[in-house]
Design a protein around this ligand. Structure first.
Ligand SMILES: NC(=O)c1ccc[n+]([C@@H]2O[C@H](COP(=O)([O-])OP(=O)(O)OC[C@H]3O[C@@H](n4cnc5c(N)ncnc54)[C@H](O)[C@@H]3O)[C@@H](O)[C@H]2O)c1
Length: 396
């Protein structure tokens, strides 16, 4: 299969689609509402790396040019979903009504996902075709210059047989529809061996897996610190408490195992070997979207002196994830426009389990991302000052 060509529309201001798998979830709803709020100047773009230099000058689509749609297996309308999030304090009060029109417009572009529990099971091929034609119809109906597919659906367990799990069906559909693909979740997506040849021959860029928003973000900063200071980490243990849809999905031990593999990979990659210790995830519905993550790091210093570092991260999960989803959508759309294809290893900054073989420390990943911004520029980054400090940009 070969990719459909990237076709700029003749209109003066091209618009780009962001097709979200799991479009009615917390992360998706926060991204859609947040994009509208920032584009309208109602809130600053806090947490969006693409709104800082040098990303503001590399031709990324503006936030106001993004058009949202997607698949979900739930039918709760987006404005209602946004109200639930506001009631839980994830979105500011008043935001759902301020961006009601944008939520309604995105809601009209959400199509039923699958496979639906209890429904007759179509073949995998039929599902891929149906998903791909939903995406193509969206691009045509909205007269879009291109679209990216981003997976923000519930985490699924790693597959135990050869059949494609839903995330892989959607990933195949993205390629069939000629769209770049980003997997923000730990689910299999394009990582399935049966999709390797398709991904390679598609000529499309793709990135993943699993957004790095909290505990793993800290690990990718602290791991290199221990290594560079020649301190010996003896054990690194972590516990997470969270509620919401993600907490409920991760109550399934198989889904939690998929998530924890990425968290542990960061330690192996930054420390050179896996220290003792495990990661646990507990579903605490009362906490909603607020996650508390504790890490306990036992390490040895000079002459074997025993020491401990403990960290407590208290984050609002969707508020941490949504700006990254917007960043990734803009970067992938631009990469496609520039004709890049294959795994976008330079986006490892955003992921727990990045594609490709890039560095694993956050500082090095950030340097790679800045270099990537140069490649996205029309002048290919000639004369780019990749060493300058990030400044707040104005790229709306
Ligand atoms: N900080 C973060 O929030 C963060 C960080 C990294 C990764 N993630 C991942 O992002 C994903 C979304 O998190 P969330 O908090 O929005 O979860 P959520 O439960 O609120 O939303 C998930 C959505 O996916 C939908 N869904 C489930 N199966 C589907 C299918 N087969 N097809 C289409 N839609 C389907 C659900 O109906 C739901 O609306 C999770 O996989 C999570 O692990 C989140």
């Amino acid at each position: 299969m070969s990719a459909e060509p990237f076709l700029p529309t003749p209109s003066t201001a091209p618009r780009f689609g962001v097709w979200l798998i799991g479009a009615r979830g917390s992360v998706a709803t926060t991204a859609i509402a947040g994009c509208a709020a920032v584009a309208a100047g109602l809130h600053p773009a806090t947490g969006m790396v693409t709104e800082t230099a040098p990303f503001t000058s590399c031709g990324l689509p503006s936030l106001s040019s993004l058009v949202f749609g997607g698949h979900d297996t739930l039918d709760c309308p987006l404005p209602k979903r946004a109200e639930h999030l506001a009631a839980g304090g994830v979105l500011p009060h008043g935001l759902p009504s301020a961006v009601h029109a944008e939520l309604v417009a995105a809601d009209r572009e959400i199509r039923p996902g699958g496979p639906l529990p209890g429904a007759p099971a179509p073949t995998q091929e039929a599902l891929i075709d149906a998903f791909a034609s939903d995406i193509r119809d969206f691009v045509r109906r909205q007269d879009l210059a291109g679209a990216v597919v981003v997976n923000v659906a519930s985490t699924e367990p790693a597959p135990t047989d050869d059949s494609l799990p839903p995330s892989s069906l959607y990933a195949a559909a993205a390629l069939r529809a000629g769209c770049p693909y980003v997997n923000f979740t730990p689910s299999t997506g394009l990582h399935h061996p049966a999709l390797a040849a398709l991904a390679e021959s598609s000529g499309l860029p793709y990135a993943g897996r699993d957004g790095k928003t909290g505990q793993t973000l800290l690990r990718s900063v602290l791991g290199p610190m221990f290594l560079q200071r020649a301190l010996a980490v003896r054990a690194w243990s972590g516990t997470n408490l969270l509620g919401g849809g993600d907490g409920a999905a991760l109550a399934d031990p198989a889904a939690a195992a998929a998530k924890n593999a990425g968290k542990e990979r960061v330690l192996v990659d930054t420390l050179g070997a896996a220290p003792e210790g495990e990661v646990h995830i507990d579903d605490v519905p009362a906490l909603g979207d607020w996650k508390t993550a504790w890490d306990h790091i036992a390490f040895d210093g000079f002459l074997g002196a025993r020491m401990v570092l403990q960290t407590t991260w208290q984050g609002c999960d969707s508020a941490l994830a949504a700006p990254l989803v917007l960043d990734l959508a803009r970067l992938a759309v631009r990469a496609h426009e520039k004709g890049l294809s294959g795994p976008l290893g330079e986006l490892g900054f955003y992921f727990k389990d990045p594609v490709g073989s890039g560095p694993s420390s956050l500082a090095e990943q950030y340097a790679e991302l800045r270099g990537f911004a140069g490649r996205l520029r029309d002048d290919g980054g000639v004369g780019d000052d990749a060493s300058g400090a990030a400044e707040r940009g104005t790229g709306r």
